[in-house]
Design a protein around this ligand. Structure first.
Ligand code: ADP
Ligand code: MG
Length: 425
C-alpha cells in the first residue's frame, strides 16, 4: 500500500514532471485503479486526462480510450510520446501494416494506451485483434457525446454499449465537462456503468454574492460604490471610450486608485497597468473584456458590470475572477431599461437555436429576475411566435423556472433577489 502511494507520485513526477495532483485527481486515480466503474465530471482544463493516463501506466495491459476527434487523439498521443510513454491511436489514415504493428505491441502489453474512435468498435479487424489484447479498462472521453439531448451527439458512441456487454469484466471510466443531470443519467445508462462512483465538482461559486440594480446614472452609482471600498476590483465596461470616460470621471472625484485598461493600449502599457494592479490590494481597473486572460490574482474582492455581459459564459468567467482565495466577494451588475429591451431583440434573433435560447432565458432570469417563461414542454413552441414582452414572474412561475433550471443545471446564480423569491415558494 505504502509502495503503491509512492509509485503513484514517482510516476507523476517521472513522466509528467508534476509535484502534486490537482484537487480530486488523486482520489479519482485511486478509484480507477480499483476494478470498478467511475464517472468523472470536471470543468474543461481541470486535468481529466491524467485520471486515466496515470492508471493506464500503473495497471497491467492496455487502456482503451474512446475519443470523438482524430485531432484530439493525435494531440494526446504526441504528448504522451514526448513524455516517453508508449501510446498509439488507430485511424483510417493508417495502413494495414501500421495497424498490425500497433496491435502487436498491444498484445505484448507494451503499448499502455490505445486511442480509438467509437466507430472502430464495430470494425471486424479491430474486434478480432482485441480478443488477444488484455484491456486494463475503457476510458470514454467526452462521454456526453452519447447524449441525444446535447449538441455534441455522436450516434456511434452507442457502439460502446455492445462492446461493454461483450466484455463485461472490463471496468469503464467516463469523463466529461458537461454537468446536466439529464446527460449524466444518460451516460450512466447508455454506458451501462455499474454503481459508478461519481466525481463531480460544483461549478457554483458559493463565495460570490451577486447583486443587480436598475440604475439611471451609472457613473454616479459606480463612484458611490467605489468610494466605500478599499479593496482590489474590476469594473467591466463595454467600450474603450466608456473605460476612459469613467476613469476620468472617477479621477475628477478624487478616486486616484483607479485606472483604465483596453485593447487599444500598447503591450507595454498593458503590462505596466496589469502589474500595478496585480501587486496592489486596493486598485481598481476599469476595463473592457480585453482584460481577463491570464488574470491570476487571488484577492479580487469585487467585479462590477457597467452593463450586462454579452453572454452567460462571459458573465460567469468575468465574475469568476473575484474571490479566488475563497473569501466573500461581490458581483454587481448595473442595467437600465434600454439594455433590457436590447435583450428582447437578441432573444428574437436567437430563438431558432434551442441551446442558445435556454441560455438566454436562464441568463435573463438570473440577472434581471424577469423574463416571460412558459413551462418546459411549451418552451420551444415559442419559436414560431417569438417572445412577447418581459413581465414579472409570479411566484408559481418562478417555481417552475427554478425546477426547470435545476433540472437543466445550467449555471444558476443566486443573488439577494432570487433568494427572497425562493422564500416565497
Ligand atoms: P481536461 O481534459 O479536464 O479539459 P486536461 O487533461 O487536458 O484537462 O488538462 C489540462 C491541463 O492541466 C494540461 O495542460 C495538463 O498538463 C495540466 N495538468 C493536469 N494535471 C496536472 C497536475 N496535477 N499538475 C499540473 N498540471 C496539470
Ligand atoms: Mg479532456
Amino acid at each position: 500500500q505504502q509502495d503503491f502511494q509512492e509509485l503513484k507520485f514517482k510516476t507523476l513526477k517521472y513522466f509528467w514532471g508534476y509535484d502534486s495532483f490537482r484537487d480530486s485527481q488523486e482520489t479519482i486515480i485511486d478509484s480507477v485503479i480499483n476494478e470498478k466503474d467511475n464517472l468523472v465530471l470536471l470543468p474543461t482544463g481541470a486535468g481529466k486526462s491524467l485520471c486515466y493516463q496515470l492508471p493506464a501506466l500503473l495497471k497491467e495491459g492496455t487502456c482503451l480510450i474512446i475519443s470523438p476527434l482524430l485531432a484530439l487523439m493525435k494531440d494526446q498521443v504526441n504528448q504522451l510520446k514526448s513524455r516517453g510513454i508508449e501510446a498509439e491511436y488507430l485511424s483510417s489514415e493508417l495502413d494495414e501494416y501500421d495497424a498490425e504493428t500497433i496491435y502487436g505491441r498491444c498484445k505484448e502489453g507494451l503499448t499502455k494506451m490505445l486511442y480509438i474512435s467509437p466507430e472502430r468498435l464495430t470494425n471486424k479487424q479491430f474486434l478480432q485483434n482485441i480478443e488477444e489484447i488484455q484491456i486494463s479498462f475503457i476510458a470514454v472521453d467526452e462521454a456526453h457525446c452519447i447524449s441525444e439531448w446535447g449538441q455534441d451527439f455522436r450516434p456511434s458512441y452507442q457502439n460502446i454499449k455492445d462492446f461493454r456487454r461483450n466484455n463485461p469484466k472490463i471496468p469503464c471510466l467516463a469523463l466529461t465537462a458537461t454537468a446536466t443531470p439529464k446527460v449524466l443519467e444518460e451516460i450512466k445508462i447508455k454506458l451501462e456503468l455499474k454503481n459508478p462512483t461519481v466525481f463531480q465538482k460544483s461549478f457554483k461559486r458559493e463565495n460570490i454574492r451577486i447583486f443587480t440594480e436598475e440604475v439611471s446614472d451609472k457613473f454616479q452609482r459606480i463612484l458611490d460604490i467605489l468610494k466605500y471600498t478599499n479593496e482590489a476590483g474590476i469594473v467591466y465596461v463595454r467600450t474603450r471610450k466608456e473605460a476612459e470616460l469613467l476613469t476620468e470621471f472617477l479621477h475628477k472625484h478624487q478616486l486616484k486608485h483607479v485606472d483604465f485598461f483596453h485593447a487599444g493600449l500598447t503591450t507595454k502599457e498593458k503590462n505596466a497597468k496589469q502589474t500595478i494592479w496585480n501587486n496592489s490590494n486596493s486598485n481598481v481597473l476599469i476595463s473592457t473584456n480585453a482584460f481577463g486572460m491570464g488574470i491570476d490574482k487571488d484577492n479580487v474582492r469585487f467585479v462590477i458590470h457597467y452593463s450586462p455581459s454579452p453572454s452567460i459564459e462571459n458573465y460567469y468567467q468575468e465574475i469568476g475572477r473575484s474571490g479566488r482565495d475563497g473569501k466573500d466577494s461581490f458581483a454587481f451588475m448595473l442595467w437600465d431599461k434600454q439594455e433590457l429591451s436590447n435583450f428582447d431583440q437578441i432573444l428574437k434573433n436567437q430563438i431558432p437555436n434551442k441551446a442558445e435560447f435556454l441560455k438566454i432565458i436562464t441568463y435573463l432570469y438570473s440577472i434581471f429576475q424577469v423574463a416571460e417563461f412558459e413551462l418546459p414542454e411549451k418552451v420551444f413552441q415559442l419559436n414560431a411566435n417569438g417572445i412577447q414582452n418581459f413581465t414579472k414572474l409570479s411566484a408559481a412561475k418562478i417555481k417552475n423556472v427554478l425546477n426547470f433550471l435545476h433540472n437543466q443545471e445550467i449555471i444558476f446564480f443566486n443573488d439577494h433577489k432570487s433568494l427572497s423569491s425562493l422564500q416565497l415558494l
